[in-house]
Design a protein around this ligand. Structure first.
Ligand SMILES: C[S@@+](CC[C@H](N)C(=O)[O-])C[C@H]1O[C@@H](n2cnc3c(N)ncnc32)[C@H](O)[C@@H]1O
Length: 286
């Protein structure tokens, strides 16, 4: 199976700094921003197959899906066995993308997609642009039948408001390796907090929304949670944290922000070196 190689970042020492895996974050983010990863992924048959499943079903942009891909391909295999939880599944696009990847790369991992599947709950007018009922066109019946037709056996959709559905489901889900938070509004994004005590050491949270123009409530939720450790810029899109959630690391630039940390048992590993990163250094100087 063809797969992309990632350019190493030798300037950053591997290892854990105050609970953070700084090196990992730089590798993902700089490859995405400076080394044309999106184009190179076109030659990765697994990525393309998973992307096809998501296309037409997902609101997650194609700049963000590679971050999830890199986590499943190169980093989740290092942290032990855990499942994937998504808060905000809608028509299933990103959840199916994750499930297709996991079926290939993480055979013991299941994906659980949480959503009302009936649209947004009530929102806060002072902070959320989205309103109750947005995204109500999800079709849970159609979605439930789809994975089998796509050959996926590792995905489950859990309907209901998170606060009603997650507590019971969490008991059977067990340890979580990745939590994808894509639910746009302050109260829902803040609910990710409930996943903390189920997180595998070194597991990751990916926040899709905080820097999306229509999701300031998501930014507020994330900032409240991480407060002093968080610094943000409006033109950056993705946040990736790990279970050292109080210690975040700024790890990428411009349109992509990968907040990457990792507990020591993750270790300082990553994909192999493909070539020097002179061009990144040059870009950073501009
Ligand atoms: C942007 S959509 C998710 C997009 C999806 N990840 C994709 O791939 O396109 C946000 C979803 O969050 C759901 N949502 C927001 N707050 C929720 C809550 N408290 N409980 C359940 N679902 C919620 C909405 O119903 C909506 O379907």
């Amino acid at each position: 199976m063809s797969k992309v190689t990632l350019t190493e970042i030798p300037q950053i020492e591997p290892g854990i700094r105050r609970g953070r895996n700084v090196h990992e974050g730089y590798v993902r983010a700089c490859n995405l921003q400076f080394d044309n990863l999106l184009t190179r992924l076109r030659a990765d048959s697994l990525y393309m197959r998973c992307l096809e499943l998501a296309q037409g079903r997902t609101l997650v942009t194609e700049e963000k899906l590679p971050n999830l891909y890199l986590l499943l391909r190169y980093y989740l295999p290092s942290i032990g066995i855990g499942n994937i939880v998504e808060f905000g599944t809608y028509r299933g696009g990103s959840a199916l993308f994750l499930a297709a990847l996991a079926q290939e790369l993480l055979p013991d991992c299941r994906v659980f997609g949480f959503d009302s599947f009936a649209g947004m709950p009530s929102t806060e007018r002072e902070i959320d642009l989205h309103q109750a009922g947005d995204f109500r066109d999800a079709d849970l019946l159609e979605l439930t039948g789809f994975p089998a037709s796509a050959g996926l056996q590792n995905i489950e959709f859990v309907p209901g408001l998170f606060e009603n559905s997650f507590p019971d489901a969490a008991a059977r889900i067990g340890k979580i390796a990745l939590c994808h938070v894509d639910c746009d509004i302050r109260s829902a994004v803040a609910y990710y907090d409930a996943s903390k005590r189920h997180m595998l050491p070194g597991g990751y949270w990916v926040f899709d929304d905080p820097l999306v123009a229509s999701c300031t409530g998501a930014m507020e939720a994330v900032r409240s949670s991480s407060s002093s450790a968080m610094g943000c810029s409006r033109n950056r899109l993705i946040h990736t944290w790990s279970s050292g959630q109080d210690s975040l690391q700024k790890a990428s630039l411009l349109w992509l922000l990968a907040w990457a940390t990792s507990l020591p048992r993750c270790g300082p590993r990553g994909p192999g070196v493909s070539r020097p990163l002179r061009f990144i250094v040059d870009s950073l100087r501009k």
